[in-house]
Design a protein around this ligand. Sequence first.
Ligand code: LMR
Length: 394
Amino acid sequence: MLNNLHQQPQDKILQLMKMYREDTRSDKIDLGVGVYKDATGLTPVMRAIKTAEQQLWATETTKAYTGLAGDPGYQNAMIDLVLADAVSRDRIAASHTPGGTGAIHAVLELIGMANPDATIWLSAPTWPNHPSIIRHLGIKMAEYRYFDDASCAVDFDGMMADLKTVKAGDVVLLHGCCHNPTGANLTLPEWQAVADLLLTRGAVPFIDIAYQGFGDGLNEDAAGVRLLAAMFPEMLIAASCSKNFGVYRERTGIVLTVAPNTATRDTTQGNLAHLNRQNFSFPPDHGARLVTMILTDPALKADWMAELEAVRLGMLTTREHLARELQRLSGSDRFGFVAQHRGMFSRMGASPEQVVKLREQHGIYMVGDSRINIAGLNPTTVPILASALIEVGC
Ligand code: LMR
């Protein structure tokens, strides 16, 4: 039986992580996988997480299962964090999943159960695991234009033109903030225009929000998702705590859905719990419990927000440094987009050949589409990257 299996296509990001690990050069620079690193290259455990872990160790009395859709305390804390009071609670169903990827998977399965004819519209480009999971589940997909390669900014006219062809019942996946892989984001008026258009088309928005707090701030980054939640009868959300709480390996994510009424919310809630039961039964608790403790304790929350803000501002400083360095070396403003982009990533506009040269000749690892992880840089490596980019002809 097992010899009927075929090799699966390699995930580009994971493949790059492996290549980096195997490179023996001591001055190699990892700008690949989207994991935050401080200036020393460490992915730290956040202070509030450490404190919550100590408290949890001292007070936890059982490791018995939580609810199938997770602990209500976690659900409520995450609804507050992502949606605040944008929509009434009796329309929201919530389900704790292993990571943001687990949430995306559950949302896609839910779509397959509710409307197998729906097409999922993805931004071109998007996180490579989006189309991969959709393909795996056998759901139809299409692309809308999103990024203008020449200016490295959002191709808003192209996006709107493509979204005008979306059919009623189709699902449009939008990145809540900090677009992965480009770093180019919608302004609030653009969110409004997209929302107005999708509403008239009868489409269902699906927001993947994995970097809340890494762009313009915790509330600012949720402004688009909240705007849509207040307008649409139905909406799907996959949120992740991996990055903003630094709990990557604890697999802490959540599905939030907005239904037109409480009865449909209740049925959706039951279906989400059912999906968890089919896929893994009860969700892992540790990361979610820490997140809940932090979000419900004013002192822990304040400390977490302060550290997250420092992380966000650090990435902005790096962006400005890189943009300045590239302007100095190129004698032009064509890299100004680096300071305009937000979040962990920027797509630099290097060709696949230039990306290979950067890796082979300079030991600089970025994804093949020239996505860099801004948090992989520090004051020493910014000038190295800038001069390497110019040297390979960017
Ligand atoms: C990334 O885009 O690098 C992250 O979301 C990590 C991953 O799993 O791909």
